[in-house]
Design a protein around this ligand. Structure first.
Ligand code: SF4
Length: 354
């Protein structure tokens, strides 16, 4: 399919199980949700045109959530995906890198024209996207049964960094579990790690090895840390304007203390920090997004959905790292005082602004 030209830029495809948006499919060029009949994937709902990046000071660049696009049969799935990718290959922007993602093609053509272009390539009409309901986007932390009788263990990795420190031998502990038990390792889109294929009678051994290396159980990690992530930013990324992975541990612990004082630590929002507006940690649909502006300063976004289905908006710009929590506390206090039972911070903020 690439031919001599490849695609204009990267192209992301995510699958999500119905009800479970832990892969954040609306932030991808194509999102695919299987619908089941008799326990087998029978048809697929496709979303198109998602992407997170934007540039400061360039309003013609923007984050965008994927639109529900079509429901397709299992037999037709590959052909439809191929048609979509082919349209991006042939019509995607190639001169201006900042507009080279599928989301701009979908936005500028409109979903109707985009659909007709896909249908022309396929030679038949597409059925509308069936509605998809989401119940959670939580990572699968702790113990979960696999269909084959074995188990997997989800381990939160703060900002995705696996290394040994004087207090927690995270890298050595994971290595020890993998070497001793021969388990598999999966990485999640929210920077957690799944140790898979654990026999039921060896679960205790996994806990003992991890605990022996000082690695806390998921339950022992504050909720706001479990639900947060940062991109690598400085010093690893050449595009970074400021820190993210190195700054968020400070910010998130201050935020945890503030949430604890407000009495809402167990309902903590999702928090994502990026070192520049490219948004690799997907800050724009988080309940709280912190986007690097320049050295030590961030734009504060609030009001995204914890399910990944709504973009947030700017609360404050160019905020020094030390003042980020201070800026957020009034909004969090208002949520604490006026939320509906069980209402998440992002949902409250969105409702309250209407
Ligand atoms: S969002 Fe982070 S990782 Fe992505 S380009 Fe910017 S600084 Fe680099």
């Amino acid at each position: 399919m690439y031919g001599p030209t490849y695609l204009p830029r990267k192209f992301k495809i995510a699958f999500a199980f119905p009800g479970d948006n832990c892969t954040d499919i609306y932030g991808n060029d194509i999102g695919i949700v299987p619908l089941f009949r008799d326990s087998r994937p029978d048809r697929f709902v496709l979303m198109v045109g998602g992407g997170m990046g934007k540039s400061h000071g360039k309003p013609d660049t923007f984050p965008r959530l994927a639109d529900p696009f079509a429901t397709v049969s299992a037999d037709d799935l590959l052909a439809v995906v191929e048609a979509i990718v082919g349209i991006q290959r042939d019509f995607g922007e190639r001169h201006d890198r900042k507009h080279a993602r599928l989301k701009y093609l979908v936005e500028y053509w409109g979903l109707g024209d985009f659909r007709r272009a896909v249908e022309r390539r396929l030679g038949h009409r597409l059925a509308s996207a069936e509605p998809v309901d989401w119940e959670t986007s939580e990572d699968h932390l702790g113990w979960h049964a696999q269909p084959d009788g074995r188990w997997f263990y989800g381990l939160p990795i703060e900002n995705g960094r696996i290394s040994d420190t004087p207090r927690v031998a995270l890298r050595s502990g994971i290595r020890a579990v993998v070497e001793r038990l021969g388990v598999g390792v999966h990485l999640t889109p929210s920077q957690s790690l799944l140790l898979v294929d654990v026999p039921v009678d060896r679960r205790r051994e996994v806990e003992t090895v991890l605990g022996g290396h000082g690695i806390p159980t998921p339950e022992a990690v504050p909720v706001v840390i479990r639900r947060s992530m940062a991109c690598v930013a400085l010093p690893t990324c050449g595009l970074a304007l400021t820190d993210a992975e190195r700054a968020l541990p400070r910010v998130i612990r201050r935020l945890h203390r503030a949430l604890d004082q407000l009495g809402v630590a167990d309902d903590a929002p999702t928090v994502r920090m990026s070192g520049c507006p490219n948004g690799c940690s997907r800050p724009y649909n988080a309940e709280i997004g912190l986007v690097g502006r320049r050295a030590g300063r961030y734009d504060v976004h609030v009001g995204g959905s914890h399910l990944g289905t709504r973009l947030n908006s700017v609360l404050a710009e160019n905020v020094p790292e030390e003042e980020l929590v201070e800026v957020l506390v009034p909004a969090l206090t208002r949520w604490r005082d006026h939320r509906l039972p069980g209402e998440r911070f992002g949902d409250f903020w969105s409702r309250d602004r209407r």
